[in-house]
Unconditional design. Structure first.
Length: 527
C-alpha cells in the first residue's frame, strides 16, 4: 500500500518492490482480514434505491460469502472448478466472487446484458459447472448443462468457511476479453491480481484509502474495470464501495447516487464523462475521479476541474495486464494528451519490432513480472505465446514517450472501443453470418463523438434479398439477442462486395476509410 506521504514519483518507482506472500487468497484480502480486525466497518453500500441506502459491514459480507461457499461445496464445487457470476452490482455479487475464491475455485465474471451466444461461448469454453444468478435468472442459460443458483433465498449461515490454502499463482479468476479474430479469449489470473492492481488504483485516486473515502463506478462489476479497479481494491483498502444497479446511466442518476451515499471517489468511463459534460452538470464533494478506456483531451480535463472540482486522473491497462500506467495529480502534474506514467511495480516500455526500447512510436509493452499480468489465455497456448515478444507482453496498442509520460497513439488491432467497452468485431461478424439474409459481413468501429466509436456493419446480402429498414432493425435485434446490447451494430450499410485480401480476409482499414468518408459527407450535408 502506498500513501500520501510519498513526495517523489521517481524515487518511489525506483525502490518499489512487490511484497507478495507465498500463501495468498483474495477472499482474505478483501473480506476476512477486515471482518476479524474491524467487523463493523462498512464494506458495501447498496444505493440501488437512493432514498433507502442499505449498508453491509465486513462481518455481513463474510457471512454472505460463507453461506454461499458452504452451498457451493454442497453442490460438489471444488478447487479449480469454474463458476460463473451473472449478477449486477450488489452485496451478493461481491460475496459470490469471495465465496468462489474461498473454495479455491475460479470465478468467471459475466455481464447481465450478454445474449445467449455470448454466454454460451464463454461458459462452454471455461467448462463452467455452476452459474450464480439473481432473481431474473437468464434465458441465455437454457439448454446449457450448467446449474444456476440464486443465493437471495439462502438462509445466512453462522458457520465460518475457512479459505483454501492458495498461493499467488493459484488460478482465481477467468475474465474473457474480445479480440479481433475468433471467439473471446479467457485471461486466467492468479490470486496476485488484486495486489497487482492496488498501486495503480491508489495512484489514480490520489492515494485512495484516505479517511472518509467512499468509491463508486457506473461500470458493471462484470468488467475488469468495475471488478478490479473499484470493487475489490476498495474492499481491500477498507473503504466503502457503493453498489447501484443502474438500468441506464444518466447524469442525474449519477448525481443522486454520489449525493446520497457521500461518494468521494469515482471511476467514470469516458462516455459517462461526456454525458455529464453535455448535460452541463456540476458535482461537489469529490476528492478524486479516475477514467480509463480511451484518452481524454485537454478540453475534458479543463471541464473536469470546473465541473467536478478535481483533475481527472487517466489510467491505462487491459484485461491481460491491468493498471500499468496512471496519472496522479497529487504526485506529478497532468500532461494533456498523455495517459500517465508507469505505475509502481510495473515496467512499461515502448518497443520496436525487435523488442528494443524506442524513443519513437512503437508498441506499448509490459515486462514479465507485473503482479496484475495474466497467467495465460485459458487453453490457448499459441495465443499466449503470441502475446509476448521476448520478455515483453504486447498490449496491442501503439504509444510514444513524451517527457517521461506515455502518450497513447492508437490500437494496433481492430478492437472497437464503444462507450468504454472493448468489442471484438469477429464475434459480431460470426453472429451476423448466421442470419439467413447475410452472405458476408465486415464490422468496424466508426468514430463517434459520444461513444468514441460505434459498431458499424457493412453487409453483403444473399441473392434475392432486398435491403430495407425492416431488415436493418431485424439484424440489430439479431445481434442484441445473441451477443449483447452494447455490441450490436448501431449502423448497418449494405454494399455489393467487401474489400478482401487475396487470402479472403476482410480489409478493415478500407472499411474504416469508407466510414470516415461517410462522416465527412454527413458533416458537409449538415453544413
Amino acid at each position: 500500500m502506498i500513501g500520501p506521504e510519498i513526495t517523489s514519483y521517481d524515487e518511489t518507482y525506483a525502490r518499489f518492490r512487490w511484497e507478495i506472500p507465498n500463501q495468498l487468497n483474495m477472499a482474505q484480502q478483501v473480506c476476512d482480514d477486515w471482518a476479524v480486525r474491524d467487523p463493523d466497518r462498512i464494506a458495501v453500500i447498496d444505493a440501488s434505491d437512493v432514498t433507502q441506502l442499505r449498508r453491509y459491514s465486513y462481518a455481513d459480507l463474510r457471512r454472505h460469502a460463507d453461506t454461499l461457499a458452504h452451498h457451493l461445496v454442497s453442490l460438489g464445487v471444488g478447487a479449480g472448478d469454474r463458476v460463473g457470476v451473472l449478477r449486477t452490482q450488489g452485496v451478493w455479487a461481491a460475496a459470490a466472487h469471495i465465496a468462489i475464491w474461498k473454495i479455491g475455485a475460479i470465478s468467471i465474471p459475466l455481464f447481465k446484458l450478454f445474449g445467449a451466444d455470448a454466454l454460451a461461448s464463454r461458459l462452454v469454453d471455461a467448462g463452467a459447472r455452476v452459474v450464480i444468478v439473481d432473481s431474473d435468472g437468464h434465458r441465455g442459460l437454457d439448454g446449457l448443462d450448467i446449474k444456476s443458483i440464486n443465493p437471495d433465498g439462502l438462509e445466512i449461515a453462522v458457520d465460518p468457511f475457512d479459505p483454501a490454502r492458495t498461493g499467488p499463482e493459484t488460478p482465481a479468476v477467468l475474465i474473457y476479453t474480445s479480440g479481433t479474430t475468433g471467439a473471446p479469449k479467457g485471461a486466467l489470473h492468479g490470486h496476485r491480481i488484486l495486489t497487482g492492481h492496488l498501486p495503480g488504483v491508489e495512484m489514480s485516486h490520489n492515494f485512495l484509502g484516505v479517511d472518509g473515502d467512499c468509491i463508486w463506478t457506473p461500470a458493471d462489476w462484470a468488467w475488469i474495470g468495475g471488478l478490479f479497479d473499484v470493487l475489490m481494491p476498495g474492499l481491500a483498502l477498507g473503504i466503502p464501495v457503493v453498489a447501484a444497479r443502474l438500468d441506464k446511466f444518466t447524469p442525474q442518476g449519477a448525481i443522486d447516487i454520489i449525493t446520497a451515499a457521500n461518494v468521494r471517489n469515482v471511476f467514470f468511463p469516458p462516455t459517462a464523462l461526456r454525458m455529464l459534460k453535455a448535460a452541463d452538470v456540476t458535482i461537489s464533494g469529490l476528492r478524486s475521479v479516475g477514467s480509463g478506456g480511451e484518452p481524454l483531451g485537454a478540453e475534458m480535463l479543463d471541464w473536469g476541474r470546473r465541473a467536478l472540482g478535481v483533475t481527472i486522473n487517466e489510467f491505462y491497462g487491459q484485461t491481460e495486464c491491468n493498471m500499468t500506467v496512471s496519472s496522479c495529480h497529487a504526485l506529478f502534474p497532468t500532461l494533456p494528451g498523455a495517459i500517465g506514467k508507469p505505475v509502481f511495480g510495473h515496467e512499461v516500455q515502448v518497443i520496436d519490432e525487435t523488442g528494443a526500447p524506442t524513443n519513437g512510436e512503437g508498441d506499448i509493452a509490459v515486462a514479465r513480472g507485473s503482479a496484475s499480468m495474466m497467467i495465460e489465455y485459458w487453453n490457448r497456448p499459441e495465443a499466449t505465446a503470441d502475446k509476448f515478444r521476448g520478455r515483453w507482453m504486447l498490449t496491442g496498442d501503439r504509444g510514444q514517450w513524451v517527457d517521461g509520460y506515455i502518450r497513447f497513439v492508437g490500437r494496433d488491432d481492430d478492437v472497437i472501443t464503444t462507450s468504454g467497452y472493448r468489442v471484438g468485431p469477429s464475434e459480431i461478424e460470426d453472429c451476423l453470418l448466421t442470419h439467413p439474409a447475410v452472405a458476408t459481413v465486415g464490422v468496424i468501429g466508426k468514430p463517434d463523438a459520444l461513444r468514441t466509436e460505434i459498431v458499424k456493419a457493412y453487409i453483403v446480402l444473399k441473392s434475392g434479398i432486398e435491403p430495407s429498414e425492416t431488415l436493418i432493425d431485424d439484424l440489430k435485434s439479431f445481434v442484441k439477442d445473441r451477443i449483447a446490447n452494447h455490441s450490436y451494430p448501431r449502423e448497418i450499410s449494405f454494399i455489393q462486395a467487401l474489400p478482401m485480401t487475396v487470402t479472403g480476409k476482410v480489409i478493415r482499414k478500407d472499411l474504416r476509410a469508407l466510414a470516415i468518408q461517410e462522416l465527412e459527407q454527413q458533416k458537409g450535408f449538415q453544413e
